[in-house]
Design a protein around this ligand. Structure first.
Ligand code: IPD
Ligand code: CA
Ligand code: CA
Length: 263
């Protein structure tokens, strides 16, 4: 039987160690490369942290599989057994330009069910963590269940890009949302935006294309506080492909989906 308590303890140890490596790296020069386009950045630290985490996991749990953004893990095409879904640095652009507003994200699943979610805001030393059925925390502080929030009082995470004409969504559906809510924010790290929804700093977050490593940990967190996460079509998220993404306090999630996005 899978020893989830032990995995939880190890994963927390490793994510903290990885954070320490990142903090120490701030004084050294970064090597920056482009991936799919000139705004899609990757650094030596993204690669180093993924390799660090993978080496720890593989040594301790040789039967577990790893889906990592930078590709040092396994070629994961199904969710059988235990799968670690890792984004070594989520918010790389922020990491490069600001040295803040980025996080390490780790979701651990078995047979497609999320058991552990860790989102570590390295700079603030804030570890958002959740264990299936046992609630979600920020460091030692238990995160309360989310209370329903009316749209007029909601702060939502959304990039201004989606309020301009774009190829992924009809932006005229988004404009009324932006006008109606109390405020909007765009932090540039999907994992942190999920952690902020789980901790009530944001009431919802939506975006048009996320990979599993961006949201795998966030899903576990938000489930533990009674929130909801789906695609923008309202369907279940797929942990093996890219998705539109919509996470939020449950009643607000339903309201936005039914009255604005799907109308
Ligand atoms: C990105 C961030 C960003 C989101 C992008 C992601 P990365 O992850 O989460 O907020 O809008 O879609 O790719 O590349 O910094 O790990
Ligand atoms: Ca990411
Ligand atoms: Ca990343």
């Amino acid at each position: 039987m899978t020893n989830w308590k032990e995995i939880d303890q190890k994963a927390k140890e490793w994510v903290k160690e990885a954070g320490e490596i990142i903090r120490k790296s701030f004084d050294s020069a970064l090597s920056i490369q482009f991936k799919s386009n000139p705004n899609d950045l990757v650094t030596n630290m993204d690669k180093e942290i993924e390799q660090f985490l993978i080496s720890r996991i593989q040594t301790t749990y040789p039967n577990h599989r790893i889906l990592g953004e930078e590709g040092y893990g396994d070629d994961v095409t199904d969710l059988k057994g235990v799968v670690w879904i890792i984004d070594p640095i989520d918010g790389t652009m922020n990491f490069v330009h600001q040295q803040r507003n980025f996080a390490i994200s780790i979701g651990i699943y078995e047979e497609g069910v999320g058991y552990i979610g860790l989102i570590y805001d390295v700079v603030h030393d804030e570890l958002y963590h959740a264990f299936k059925g046992e609630g979600a925390y920020m460091n030692d502080i238990r995160l309360p269940k989310l209370d329903s929030v009316p749209i007029e009082e909601a702060i939502i995470g959304i990039s201004p890009v989606w309020v301009t004409e774009n190829k992924r969504i009809d932006h005229t559906k988004i404009i009324p949302i932006v006008k109606k809510v109390r405020g909007t924010r765009s932090y540039g790290s999907a994992a942190m935006e999920c952690a902020y929804v789980a901790s009530g700093r944001l009431d919802a977050y939506m975006t048009m294309r996320l990979a599993p490593w961006d949201f795998a940990a966030g899903l576990v967190l938000v489930n533990e506080v009674g929130g909801k996460a789906t695609t923008l079509e309202g369907t279940e998220l797929d942990l093996l492909s890219k998705n539109t993404f919509f996470i939020g306090e449950s009643s607000l999630h339903k309201h936005l989906l039914e009255e604005y996005i799907q109308k």
